[in-house]
Design a protein around this ligand. Structure first.
Ligand code: NAP
Length: 478
């Protein structure tokens, strides 16, 4: 074993450990930022390990280095620009795109080795069978991940809709046909080395077929599942090129994505089978008879401030609209005024509020809201009956009582925040439009609910001004 190989293994070992620590750290809001940086360092080390391996391998011509340098520069530049430009609200689409890039990389690596066998690291004896199986898995999962992620991104971005025929039973027949086609191609590829392109086409179309029919509130589950697939594809690509680092990292991403998928399914009270084969919740919901709202009460920011002045406990419920309005900073200001008045303040976090897992945590962390004030759904739900005021900010589906008491609702069974149990509920949103699931919200018609119509940022600015005029928080906040 040469010195270069020893250094490569040492670097890869450190990279794997840092990646494991990074993934672990992502499970807590407090450590998530540092964990992300740790994982980025792990990736940089992994690249370094590959380069050292390259340096120690004789026979690599200079054009390969040119490709590596150009690829690193272009990829690095695109990553840097994306991280600066993408707004928080477009993060799910970005995650979908990144998953797709992961799938595409694994697909291309496997294609490269299949088309130019010399590019593979080992392929002798029984190793040839392992390599052939690895290529099949890498191509199959990589292609599904790539095409499925592109469709998911298009749907989240609003570029793609679910076609009517995709909601009929016909889609199951088509998807089963595509799966059978891919299986035949896979067997042919392992047995005789034929059928590579058939496998690429079959699995790419299968990725489109499975993802296109999914919609509405099920999208977060699909994104995390595709994330898991990208890990599986990377692990398979690791077997193809004989990279232990890629195998371990891919397996970790695959497992983490699968656990997240399960957590999301639990949060929405849906099984994975139901998500994948149940069709578009959003589409079926929008077709349902929503009816007109009856007996809506609305009030101004001034009336809201008067109620807040006398409250002892206030809970804010952030949702997607808060992120759209970018009102997290002014929300923190309002909360500080209330706290300075001695009012107990908390934030109720629904696991799928917003458009991606952890969306609200990230948003509020950006405004330096203390972590200990972010209370998860299971913990805060029993506390609503002794809460004086709940202010729902741009949230809709996650506070819809129909999820609990209307078996005909598409949201039925999804655990929600029981905000209507508080003494008074204010709902801040621009109008009576539906949320992501496209359905009516009976919370708005409750006698203890008042709508405060307007953009969340404008309403909260008005609220802060009214509170200051009332002298709320004057004792400690200037
Ligand atoms: P939501 O149900 O989509 O409702 C958001 C509400 O915000 C809308 O009703 C909208 O009403 C309001 N709004 C939009 N812009 C606003 C602004 N500038 N100021 C004030 N209000 C504004 O959001 P949610 O309650 O957070 O629920 C999340 C939904 O998305 C769930 O169905 C969940 O399953 C789904 N989902 C979640 C994820 C995830 O991973 N977290 C991913 C994809 C989908 P107006 O237009 O009337 O203002």
């Amino acid at each position: 074993m040469t010195a270069a190989v020893v250094i490569k293994y040492a670097i890869e070992l450190v990279a794997v450990l840092l990646l494991a620590l990074g993934i672990k750290g992502l499970s807590k809001v407090r450590s998530a930022r540092a964990a992300n940086q740790l994982a980025a360092v792990a990736m940089a080390l992994a690249v370094l390990g590959v380069l050292i391996n390259f340096l120690s391998t004789s026979g690599i011509d200079s054009s390969a280095w040119l490709w590596i340098i150009v690829g690193t520069l272009v990829g690095g530049l695109l990553g840097a620009i994306t991280s600066q430009k993408v707004p928080m609200t477009a993060m799910p689409e970005t995650v979908a795109l990144f998953n797709g890039c992961g799938g595409m990389s694994s697909l291309l690596v496997a294609l490269g080795v299949a088309l130019v066998p010399a590019a593979g690291s080992d392929g002798e004896g029984s190793g040839a069978l392992v390599e052939a199986i690895s290529i099949v898995v890498s191509v199959f999962v990589g292609a599904i991940t790539f095409s499925g992620s592109v469709v998911a991104m298009g749907k989240l971005q609003g570029w793609l809709d679910t076609p009517a025929w995709m909601q009929s039973k016909l889609r199951h027949a088509i998807n089963i046909g595509l799966a059978a086609l891919s299986l035949v191609a896979a067997i042919a590829l392992i047995g005789s080395g034929q059928g590579l392109w058939l496998l690429v086409i079959g699995s790419s179309l299968l990725g489109i077929g499975v993802t296109l029919s999914i919609g509405g509130a099920d999208m977060p589950v699909v994104i995390s599942l595709l994330n898991s697939y990208s890990g599986v594809a990377a692990a398979a690509a690791g077997f193809v090129v004989g990279s232990q680092m890629l195998i371990v990292a891919g397996a970790m991403v695959g497992a983490a994505g699968l656990i997240l998928t399960q957590v999301m399914c639990n949060a929405m009270n849906r099984s994975l089978v139901n998500v994948l084969f149940g069709g578009a919740l959003g589409a079926s919901a929008s077709a349902a008879d929503q009816g007109e709202y009856q007996g809506i009460t609305s009030c101004s920011a001034e009336e809201c401030a008067l109620t807040l002045e006398t409250a002892q406990r206030v809970v804010f419920v952030p949702g997607y609209g808060l992120a759209v309005a970018q009102a997290q900073h002014i929300l923190r200001e309002v909360a500080e005024l209330l706290e300075a008045q001695g009012i107990d303040v908390a934030y109720a976090i629904h696991p799928v509020a917003g458009r991606m897992p952890g969306h609200m945590n990230v948003l509020l962390a950006e405004a330096d809201v203390p972590y200990e004030q972010l209370i998860e759904m299971e913990t805060i739900n029993p506390e609503f009956p002794r809460t004086d005021v709940v202010i729902v900010l741009g949230a809709n589906d996650v506070v819809n009582p129909q999820a609990r008491n209307d078996p005909s609702s598409p949201l039925y069974g999804m655990p929600v925040l029981n905000v209507e149990e508080a003494t008074t509920v204010f709902v801040v949103k621009r109008g009576l439009s539906a949320g992501y699931a496209g359905i009516k919200n009976s919370l708005f018609e409750r006698p203890n609910t008042s709508m405060v119509f307007g953009d969340a940022k404008k309403v909260l600015s008005g609220l802060a001004q009214e509170l200051r005029e009332l002298g709320v928080g004057k004792a400690k906040v200037g």
